[in-house]
Design a protein around this ligand. Structure first.
Ligand SMILES: [Zn+2]
Length: 112
């Protein structure tokens, strides 16, 4: 993969993530009213659990989006493929698996 291809791939991924995030976080204004009205309590509980899951998913999507943005920045400033944590080269196979990776496996694990 050359840098142009990586840039396209990251741009594509960014659009996907942003779209997904927008879909997850947009809520009808009157949702609270429609959820409780005419439904059993069990339905409301499921709804609440789904909302928590949605929030967790949105948070994870948002974190990945930040990484993709950072990878695009690195691509632009010529530091793409260099770990943000230790400055060593990020292994090729890691970048192949996750082109938006901005840290090597060791530094990524350190951050949690
Ligand atoms: Zn590192």
């Amino acid at each position: 993969m050359d840098e142009v291809e990586i840039g396209e791939l990251l741009g594509e991924r960014r659009r996907e993530l942003a779209g997904e995030l927008a879909r997850l976080t947009e809520r009808p204004a009157d949702q609270a009213g429609t959820v409780s009205f005419g439904k059993r309590i069990g339905d409301g509980t499921t709804e609440a659990v789904e909302r928590i899951n949605t929030t967790a998913t949105a948070r994870s999507l948002s974190a990945t989006l930040t990484e993709v943005d950072r990878a695009l920045d690195k691509l632009a400033d010529g530091s793409y493929g260099v770990c943000d944590g230790c400055g060593n080269a990020i292994p090729r196979d890691r970048l192949d698996a996750a082109p938006w990776a901005t840290r090597c496996v060791t530094c990524s694990a350190k951050r949690g």
